[in-house]
Design a protein around this ligand. Structure first.
Ligand code: F3S
Length: 62
């Protein structure tokens, strides 16, 4: 699984990082930084939950 953040849609809601801090970090301005590289299998469910938590639908996890 890889994670893509649509930077045009991310508005800094931070719900991704609140829901799945193991996967999502925020930059200094509060915008999401995705997990770098391939998401380990053990974190895939968390990554999906974090993506689902984004009200802007800015995250693709697949
Ligand atoms: Fe951005 Fe959505 Fe996270 S708006 S900071 S990707 S909850």
């Amino acid at each position: 699984m890889k994670i893509t953040i649509d930077t045009g849609l991310c508005s800094g809601h931070a719900r991704c990082a609140a829901t799945a801090p193991e996967v999502f970090e925020l930059d200094d301005n509060g915008y999401a930084l995705p997990f770098d590289g391939e998401v380990p299998a053990a974190l895939e469910e968390k990554a999906r939950e974090g993506a689902f938590a984004c009200p802007e639908r800015a995250i693709t996890a697949q």
